[in-house]
Ligand binder design. Structure first.
Ligand code: PEP
Length: 252
């Protein structure tokens, strides 16, 4: 487990959650006591439709909210899109960019992901930039090369390292119940840290590197104790307060 900075456990609800799901956020807020707050930061990225509803609930509990994507521009004729400024206005502090479901389903390039990350910074949000290889790329021995290329192309160029979060999410581990070996996670996170130091200098120790991909209460303990794993980005297990809190409790 990395000693600095304070780890981050972030929930990515994806396209899940209606008004009734607000009760899960209420439960998380009730259980996020001072002891746990001191050990781990929590963020929830619900669908944009719930941000304004969630904002007053999490404010008192010091839980952060995040958007799941943003447009690179601040406003304009972009039907259906949401800007980083709109997310911030609705109460977000983070924005996920470059999730593999955006890269794959919407053909998002590294350059577009970088533009979105920079838009997040412009709006005062901390970007959570996702990177990760496909199964075929890992099987071909290209995982490190792919992730390094994504980092070089997707990360904002002018950023204070502490405002940046990187999420390593092997595409084949997302929503599948599969995870890399602990050794593979350790190797990739060390390689990401080394690349961040090359890009941003010694201060890159302040950038949190999250692991994401089928993190559950049962496997979180071993994954979150790996060096350079500064928290987790959680999909399925973030949808219930019980599982999300059980993962956060690893840090207590
Ligand atoms: C994700 O989509 O960011 C994710 C990590 O999903 P899951 O935890 O469901 O694998």
């Amino acid at each position: 487990m990395s000693s600095t900075p304070r780890p981050l456990v972030a929930g990515n609800w994806k396209m899940n959650g209606l008004s009734a799901s607000i009760s899960e956020i209420e439960t998380i807020a009730q259980h996020y006591d001072a002891g746990l707050r001191a050990k781990v930061e929590l963020a929830i990225c619900p669908p944009a439709t719930l941000l304004s509803r969630a904002a007053p609930i999490v404010a008192g509990a010091e839980i952060r909210l995040g958007g799941q994507d943003c447009h690179a521009k601040a406003n304009g004729a972009h039907t259906g899109d949401i800007s980083a400024e709109m997310l911030a206005d609705a109460g977000a502090a983070y924005v996920i960019v470059g999730h593999s479901e955006r890269r794959c389903d919407h053909g998002e390039s590294d350059a577009l992901v970088r533009a979105k990350a920079e838009a997040g910074l412009r709006a005062g949000l901390a970007p959570i930039v996702c990177v990760g290889e496909t199964r075929a790329e890992r099987d071909a021995g290209r995982a490190s090369e792919i992730v390094e290329r994504q980092l070089d192309g997707s990360l904002p160029q002018d950023v204070a390292p502490e405002r940046l979060v990187v999420a390593y999410e092997p595409v084949w581990a997302i929503g599948t119940g599969l995870t890399p070996t602990l050794q593979d996670v350790a190797q990739m996170h060390a390689a990401i840290r080394a690349r961040l130091v090359t890009l941003f200098g010694a201060g890159a120790g302040a950038t949190r590197i999250l692991y994401g991909g089928s993190v559950k209460p049962a496997n979180a303990g071993e994954l979150l104790r790996i060096a350079n794993v500064d928290g987790a980005l959680i999909g399925g297990a973030s949808l219930t307060a019980k599982d999300f809190l059980a993962i956060a409790e690893i840090y207590r």
